[in-house]
Design a binder for this molecule. Structure first.
Ligand SMILES: [Zn+2]
Length: 105
């Protein structure tokens, strides 16, 4: 290897190092944004889990509360079924659609 070839080889090597350095910087930048995104998602996940816990705790009583309201409306003489929703039950006649809705589990 003569002197020119040696210098050319070193030039090539230093060019490759610069390219590799730029690649490493790009990977670092990507990693940083992934870590940030991951952190944001973990926080969001925690919030959603907390919210889900609240919802699951209150859901049965809410459902029960709604059912009681619907039953009261029916006992006041109104249809709660989809077919005649909100209409007055003639002479408090029973409605099989309302019954189905009220007594289904
Ligand atoms: Zn009805």
């Amino acid at each position: 290897m003569n002197k020119k070839e040696l210098f050319d080889a070193l030039d090539d090597f230093s060019q490759q190092l610069l390219v590799t350095l730029a690649d490493v910087e790009a990977i670092k930048k990507n990693l940083k944004s992934l870590v940030e995104e991951n952190t944001a998602l973990r926080l969001e996940n925690d919030k959603l889990r907390e919210r889900l816990g609240e919802v699951e705790e209150t859901a049965p009583s809410k459902t029960k509360h709604v059912r009681e309201n619907v039953r009261r409306i029916y006992e006041d003489g109104f249809h709660v079924c989809r077919d005649f929703y909100g209409q007055r039950r003639e002479q408090d006649a029973e409605c099989m659609f309302c019954d189905e809705l009220l007594f289904r589990e």
